[in-house]
Design a protein around this ligand. Structure first.
Ligand code: SAM
Length: 230
Protein backbone atom coordinates (compact mmCIF):
# COMPACT_ATOMS: atom_id res chain seq x y z
CA UNK A 1 0.00 0.00 0.00
CA UNK A 2 1.44 3.37 -1.04
CA UNK A 3 0.86 6.03 1.56
CA UNK A 4 -0.88 9.19 0.45
CA UNK A 5 0.81 11.93 2.47
CA UNK A 6 -0.51 14.88 0.49
CA UNK A 7 -1.12 17.81 2.82
CA UNK A 8 -4.75 17.89 1.73
CA UNK A 9 -5.28 14.23 2.61
CA UNK A 10 -3.41 14.39 5.94
CA UNK A 11 -5.10 17.65 6.99
CA UNK A 12 -8.52 16.17 6.23
CA UNK A 13 -7.72 13.01 8.18
CA UNK A 14 -6.71 14.99 11.29
CA UNK A 15 -9.75 17.28 10.89
CA UNK A 16 -11.89 14.13 11.05
CA UNK A 17 -10.37 12.76 14.26
CA UNK A 18 -9.61 16.08 16.03
CA UNK A 19 -12.38 15.75 18.62
CA UNK A 20 -11.19 12.34 19.79
CA UNK A 21 -7.44 12.75 19.19
CA UNK A 22 -6.38 13.64 22.74
CA UNK A 23 -8.25 10.76 24.31
CA UNK A 24 -6.83 8.22 21.85
CA UNK A 25 -3.33 9.63 22.01
CA UNK A 26 -3.09 9.40 25.80
CA UNK A 27 -4.85 6.04 25.82
CA UNK A 28 -2.59 4.37 23.25
CA UNK A 29 0.60 5.62 24.90
CA UNK A 30 -0.73 4.92 28.42
CA UNK A 31 -0.08 8.61 29.14
CA UNK A 32 3.65 8.13 28.52
CA UNK A 33 3.50 10.87 25.86
CA UNK A 34 3.05 13.41 28.69
CA UNK A 35 6.28 12.20 30.30
CA UNK A 36 8.18 12.40 26.98
CA UNK A 37 7.12 16.03 26.51
CA UNK A 38 8.09 16.93 30.09
CA UNK A 39 11.49 15.35 29.52
CA UNK A 40 12.02 17.67 26.56
CA UNK A 41 11.44 20.71 28.79
CA UNK A 42 13.94 19.35 31.34
CA UNK A 43 16.53 18.83 28.59
CA UNK A 44 16.04 22.38 27.28
CA UNK A 45 16.75 23.64 30.79
CA UNK A 46 19.66 21.24 31.28
CA UNK A 47 21.36 22.24 28.02
CA UNK A 48 20.53 25.92 28.61
CA UNK A 49 19.03 26.30 25.15
CA UNK A 50 17.71 29.87 24.69
CA UNK A 51 13.89 29.90 24.41
CA UNK A 52 12.81 33.49 23.85
CA UNK A 53 10.92 32.56 20.65
CA UNK A 54 9.53 29.05 20.32
CA UNK A 55 7.58 27.32 17.55
CA UNK A 56 5.62 24.09 17.72
CA UNK A 57 5.13 22.80 14.16
CA UNK A 58 2.43 20.16 13.50
CA UNK A 59 1.18 21.37 16.85
CA UNK A 60 -2.25 19.76 16.64
CA UNK A 61 -4.20 19.99 19.88
CA UNK A 62 -1.24 21.71 21.57
CA UNK A 63 0.18 19.43 24.26
CA UNK A 64 3.78 20.18 23.20
CA UNK A 65 3.04 23.91 23.13
CA UNK A 66 1.46 23.78 26.59
CA UNK A 67 4.73 22.28 27.86
CA UNK A 68 6.87 24.87 26.03
CA UNK A 69 4.91 27.77 27.51
CA UNK A 70 5.93 26.62 30.99
CA UNK A 71 9.53 27.58 30.09
CA UNK A 72 8.47 31.23 29.90
CA UNK A 73 9.13 32.22 26.25
CA UNK A 74 8.40 35.79 25.12
CA UNK A 75 6.79 34.69 21.85
CA UNK A 76 5.27 31.35 20.86
CA UNK A 77 3.73 30.05 17.64
CA UNK A 78 1.67 26.91 17.00
CA UNK A 79 1.31 25.88 13.37
CA UNK A 80 -0.59 22.99 11.80
CA UNK A 81 -2.39 22.16 8.55
CA UNK A 82 -5.53 20.95 10.35
CA UNK A 83 -7.75 23.84 11.44
CA UNK A 84 -9.90 21.48 13.53
CA UNK A 85 -6.88 20.24 15.53
CA UNK A 86 -5.93 23.89 16.11
CA UNK A 87 -9.51 24.68 17.18
CA UNK A 88 -9.13 22.13 19.99
CA UNK A 89 -5.86 23.85 20.98
CA UNK A 90 -7.56 27.28 20.93
CA UNK A 91 -10.02 26.04 23.55
CA UNK A 92 -7.30 24.35 25.65
CA UNK A 93 -4.65 27.10 25.69
CA UNK A 94 -5.38 30.76 26.37
CA UNK A 95 -2.12 32.70 26.46
CA UNK A 96 -1.31 36.20 25.21
CA UNK A 97 2.19 35.19 24.12
CA UNK A 98 0.85 32.50 21.78
CA UNK A 99 -0.24 32.81 18.14
CA UNK A 100 -2.09 29.78 16.75
CA UNK A 101 -2.22 29.74 12.96
CA UNK A 102 -2.85 27.35 10.09
CA UNK A 103 0.46 26.88 8.23
CA UNK A 104 2.49 24.00 6.89
CA UNK A 105 6.01 22.81 7.50
CA UNK A 106 7.19 23.82 4.03
CA UNK A 107 6.03 27.45 4.36
CA UNK A 108 6.55 28.76 7.88
CA UNK A 109 5.19 32.33 8.11
CA UNK A 110 8.19 33.67 10.04
CA UNK A 111 11.36 35.54 9.13
CA UNK A 112 14.77 33.93 8.56
CA UNK A 113 16.90 33.38 11.68
CA UNK A 114 14.13 34.40 14.08
CA UNK A 115 13.40 31.31 16.21
CA UNK A 116 15.32 29.81 19.15
CA UNK A 117 13.56 26.45 19.45
CA UNK A 118 11.31 24.59 17.02
CA UNK A 119 9.62 21.36 18.13
CA UNK A 120 7.73 18.74 16.13
CA UNK A 121 5.99 16.05 18.18
CA UNK A 122 4.67 13.08 16.21
CA UNK A 123 4.60 15.21 13.08
CA UNK A 124 7.65 14.66 10.86
CA UNK A 125 6.43 11.18 9.93
CA UNK A 126 3.42 12.80 8.27
CA UNK A 127 5.24 15.48 6.32
CA UNK A 128 4.64 15.30 2.59
CA UNK A 129 8.14 16.65 1.82
CA UNK A 130 10.43 15.88 4.74
CA UNK A 131 13.65 17.28 3.30
CA UNK A 132 11.98 20.51 2.19
CA UNK A 133 10.48 20.85 5.68
CA UNK A 134 13.87 20.34 7.35
CA UNK A 135 15.32 23.10 5.17
CA UNK A 136 12.42 25.38 6.07
CA UNK A 137 13.02 24.72 9.79
CA UNK A 138 16.66 25.60 9.22
CA UNK A 139 15.67 28.86 7.51
CA UNK A 140 13.61 30.16 10.46
CA UNK A 141 15.96 28.99 13.23
CA UNK A 142 18.65 31.31 14.53
CA UNK A 143 22.24 30.10 14.12
CA UNK A 144 22.80 27.41 16.80
CA UNK A 145 19.00 27.25 17.21
CA UNK A 146 17.46 24.00 18.41
CA UNK A 147 15.27 21.60 16.42
CA UNK A 148 13.61 18.95 18.60
CA UNK A 149 11.77 15.99 17.10
CA UNK A 150 9.69 13.52 19.12
CA UNK A 151 8.66 10.66 16.86
CA UNK A 152 7.82 6.99 16.38
CA UNK A 153 10.58 5.81 14.08
CA UNK A 154 10.76 2.66 12.06
CA UNK A 155 12.50 -0.08 14.07
CA UNK A 156 15.81 -1.57 12.95
CA UNK A 157 14.72 -5.06 14.05
CA UNK A 158 11.27 -6.67 13.89
CA UNK A 159 9.36 -6.68 17.17
CA UNK A 160 6.39 -9.05 17.51
CA UNK A 161 4.77 -7.11 20.39
CA UNK A 162 4.95 -3.87 18.46
CA UNK A 163 3.54 -5.41 15.30
CA UNK A 164 0.62 -7.05 17.12
CA UNK A 165 -0.26 -3.87 19.02
CA UNK A 166 0.02 -1.69 15.94
CA UNK A 167 -1.56 -3.94 13.31
CA UNK A 168 -4.34 -5.50 15.39
CA UNK A 169 -5.19 -3.61 18.58
CA UNK A 170 -4.72 0.00 17.52
CA UNK A 171 -6.58 -0.08 14.18
CA UNK A 172 -9.52 -1.94 15.76
CA UNK A 173 -9.88 0.31 18.80
CA UNK A 174 -8.86 3.43 16.87
CA UNK A 175 -11.57 2.80 14.29
CA UNK A 176 -14.23 2.26 16.96
CA UNK A 177 -13.43 5.44 18.89
CA UNK A 178 -12.31 7.82 16.15
CA UNK A 179 -14.94 6.55 13.69
CA UNK A 180 -12.34 7.06 10.97
CA UNK A 181 -11.88 3.95 8.88
CA UNK A 182 -8.50 5.09 7.68
CA UNK A 183 -6.61 7.04 10.38
CA UNK A 184 -5.33 4.17 12.51
CA UNK A 185 -4.37 1.96 9.56
CA UNK A 186 -2.46 4.97 8.31
CA UNK A 187 -0.75 5.34 11.69
CA UNK A 188 0.62 1.82 11.55
CA UNK A 189 1.72 2.05 7.93
CA UNK A 190 3.28 5.47 8.35
CA UNK A 191 5.49 4.17 11.17
CA UNK A 192 6.52 0.97 9.37
CA UNK A 193 7.39 2.91 6.21
CA UNK A 194 9.12 5.83 7.93
CA UNK A 195 12.85 6.24 8.46
CA UNK A 196 14.83 4.77 11.32
CA UNK A 197 16.06 7.33 13.83
CA UNK A 198 19.54 7.08 12.33
CA UNK A 199 18.27 7.68 8.80
CA UNK A 200 16.34 10.73 10.03
CA UNK A 201 19.36 12.17 11.88
CA UNK A 202 21.54 11.58 8.79
CA UNK A 203 19.05 13.48 6.64
CA UNK A 204 19.00 16.40 9.09
CA UNK A 205 22.80 16.43 9.24
CA UNK A 206 22.94 16.47 5.44
CA UNK A 207 20.68 19.54 5.52
CA UNK A 208 22.54 21.81 7.89
CA UNK A 209 22.08 20.37 11.39
CA UNK A 210 24.38 18.77 13.95
CA UNK A 211 23.02 15.93 16.08
CA UNK A 212 23.29 16.88 19.77
CA UNK A 213 21.47 13.94 21.30
CA UNK A 214 19.12 11.11 20.40
CA UNK A 215 17.16 9.69 23.32
CA UNK A 216 15.32 6.38 23.29
CA UNK A 217 12.02 6.95 25.14
CA UNK A 218 10.39 3.61 24.53
CA UNK A 219 11.43 0.26 23.05
CA UNK A 220 13.84 1.82 20.59
CA UNK A 221 11.04 3.20 18.49
CA UNK A 222 9.90 6.38 20.23
CA UNK A 223 12.85 8.75 20.24
CA UNK A 224 13.51 12.41 20.93
CA UNK A 225 16.14 13.85 18.61
CA UNK A 226 17.93 17.10 19.51
CA UNK A 227 19.52 18.91 16.55
CA UNK A 228 21.43 22.17 16.36
CA UNK A 229 21.47 24.45 13.33
CA UNK A 230 25.04 24.78 12.05
C1 SAM B 1 -0.09 12.90 15.24
S1 SAM B 1 -0.53 14.60 15.20
C2 SAM B 1 0.52 15.30 16.44
C3 SAM B 1 -0.06 16.51 17.09
C4 SAM B 1 0.74 17.09 18.26
N1 SAM B 1 2.04 17.56 17.83
C5 SAM B 1 0.90 16.09 19.37
O1 SAM B 1 2.01 15.84 19.81
O2 SAM B 1 -0.12 15.55 19.85
C6 SAM B 1 0.23 15.11 13.68
C7 SAM B 1 -0.15 16.53 13.28
O3 SAM B 1 0.69 16.92 12.18
C8 SAM B 1 -0.06 17.77 11.35
N2 SAM B 1 0.65 17.84 10.06
C9 SAM B 1 0.86 16.85 9.17
N3 SAM B 1 1.60 17.27 8.13
C10 SAM B 1 1.87 18.58 8.37
C11 SAM B 1 2.62 19.57 7.68
N4 SAM B 1 3.23 19.29 6.51
N5 SAM B 1 2.71 20.80 8.21
C12 SAM B 1 2.09 21.09 9.38
N6 SAM B 1 1.36 20.20 10.10
C13 SAM B 1 1.26 18.95 9.60
C14 SAM B 1 -1.43 17.11 11.33
O4 SAM B 1 -2.46 17.96 10.88
C15 SAM B 1 -1.57 16.71 12.81
O5 SAM B 1 -2.23 17.68 13.56
Amino acid sequence: MRLNKSKERIGKMFDEIAGRYDFLNHFFTANLDKRWRKKIIKQIEYFNFPYETVVDMASGTGDMMAALLKLGPKKAYSFDISEKMLDVQRVKIKDDRLKIQKADSENIPLEDNSVNILTVAFGVRNFENLEKSILEVKRVLKPKGTFIVLEMFSMEKRNIFFEFYFTRIMPLFGKLVSRSSYAYDYLHNSVMKFKTVKEFADLAEKNGFTLRKSENNFMKFVYTVYLEKK
